[in-house]
Design a protein around this ligand. Structure first.
Ligand code: GDD
Ligand code: MN
Length: 402
């Protein structure tokens, strides 16, 4: 090592750049968009020193190869290619962690976000000493483009619910387009849930102090190439994120979701019972049996869709799973009645007896179905898991993960 480099720190020893901004672009099957977004960013950020980081989850359409060929021509383009992993939030987290830039923007790679507002966002972040500037579709100058009424409604609902955990008055907390200071990100990164699509809600909910947030409006564009990956799983992921933040990580999120599904099952049970017994005058035992089986079946499918979305049973295993779920829950119901009955006989209050029986059967149902029903091999495991899994297999759904 040369003498003059030995005592000097790395920043003094090496020529270094003043990196103004890093732009993190998560990609999944965006091959036809990456060259265009790169060109548009270069035009929008002319005059700034910036780098672009693509985080690709091994897209089958060859997005990563396309990014590599762009990077050969431009050293300001980098690629993180993740194998066997999926998830928009976790991709953003890894992209932000990979840059030394003090300010980092995150946006979609599909040209739906208007890159031309980035310099304005950067000026706002610096000028107003903010932690984060959110590009929003609802603020002044912003618009939802020609979104369907259903999506506008869902977006509004998600916004209201997110206030519960973010404690922030944001017009568009579901936005996937924002610019932040890396120092703020490092404050929250270890508390992030990391699953799903809603990294912004995750960061705001994880901060231990009020976050200094600003907003810049823009018009959300329509997609030209490729398809949106937002589907029913994304809603499930969002539910998990909210519960994780609301319970402060105290209860396993999977158990909370399982119990919520169970509570819904109770309503289904009552609705069926009143239909069969009260309206159709079927015998009570027969009505109750049909109602219970209907509720259990509904619960099985909901759990398979949401609670165990990362271990979803498919094909022939669905029937086998349903059978084992019926068995587990029938025993749970029997234990509930037996235990609460004997508590009542030994002098406990009726509500205490009922509560104890219910908690016991919920824990039983959860443990047994977790151990047996959703431990079965899934058909075509790799293909089944790939589009929906935001988490690594086997991770506890409660802990922070990246
Ligand atoms: N690496 C990685 N892994 N990238 C992903 C994944 C994934 O699992 N899923 C999606 N992406 C990338 C897409 O390639 C795209 O660049 C970006 O994330 C957004 O995905 P879209 O599938 O296009 O999302 P959208 O347009 O439906 O949803 C947008 O609007 C939502 C609000 O309505 C996104 O900006 C969301 O973040 C935002 O919440
Ligand atoms: Mn999109």
């Amino acid at each position: 090592m040369p003498q003059n480099l030995q005592s000097a720190g790395p920043a003094e020893a090496l020529p270094h750049r003043n990196l103004d901004l890093a732009v993190v672009l998560p990609t999944f099957n965006e091959r036809d968009n990456v060259a265009e977004i790169t060109a548009r960013l270069s035009a929008a950020l002319a005059g700034l020193d910036f780098e672009i980081i693509f985080v690709d989850d091994d897209s089958p359409d060859g997005t990563a190869e396309m990014v590599r060929s762009l990077a050969l021509a431009d050293p300001g383009i980098r690629l993180i290619q993740r194998i066997g992993r999926r998830g928009l939030s976790s991709a953003c987290i890894e992209g932000i962690l990979a840059t030394p830039a003090g300010c980092v923007a995150v946006m979609d790679a599909d040209l739906q976000h208007d890159e031309r507002i980035l310099p304005q966002m950067l000026r706002k972040l610096r000028g107003e000493a903010l932690d984060i500037v959110v590009a929003t579709r609802n603020a002044d100058g912003g618009s939802m483009s020609d979104f369907s009424a259903k999506r506008v409604f869902l977006s509004g609902l998600g916004r209201r619910i997110s206030r519960l955990v973010t404690r922030c008055e944001l017009t568009d907390p579901m936005s996937g387009f924002f610019l932040l200071r890396r120092t703020f990100f490092l404050e929250v990164v270890r508390d992030l849930h990391g699953g799903g699509f809603k990294i912004l809600v995750d960061m705001l909910a994880s901060s231990r102090r009020p976050v200094r947030v600003g907003e810049t409006g823009y018009t959300f564009r329509n997609r030209i190439h490729g398809k949106s990956k937002l589907d029913v799983n994304v809603i499930g992921e969002y539910l998990f994120l909210l519960l994780n933040k609301l319970t402060g990580g105290a209860l396993p999120t999977r158990f909370v979701v399982f119990t919520l599904v169970g509570a819904l099952g109770l309503l289904v049970n009552f609705a069926c019972l009143s239909l069969l017994f009260v309206r159709m005058h079927l015998g009570f035992a027969a009505s109750q049996t049909w109602a219970t089986f209907t509720a259990m079946t509904g619960n099985f499918f909901l759990n398979n869709l949401i609670t165990y979305r990362d271990r979803r049973l498919r094909g022939g295993y669905v029937m086998l799973g349903l059978l084992s779920f019926w068995l587990a829950c029938s025993f749970g119901a029997w234990a509930n009645v037996t235990i609460s009955g004997s508590l009542l006989r030994s002098g406990a209050h009726w509500y205490f007896a009922a509560l104890a029986g219910t908690i016991l059967s919920a824990v039983w149902n959860y443990s047994v179905s977790n151990l047996f029903t959703w431990q079965m091999p899934q058909t075509n495991r790799a293909a089944a898991a790939a589009p929906i899994r935001a988490l690594d297999p086997g991770t506890d759904l409660n802990g922070p993960r990246i």
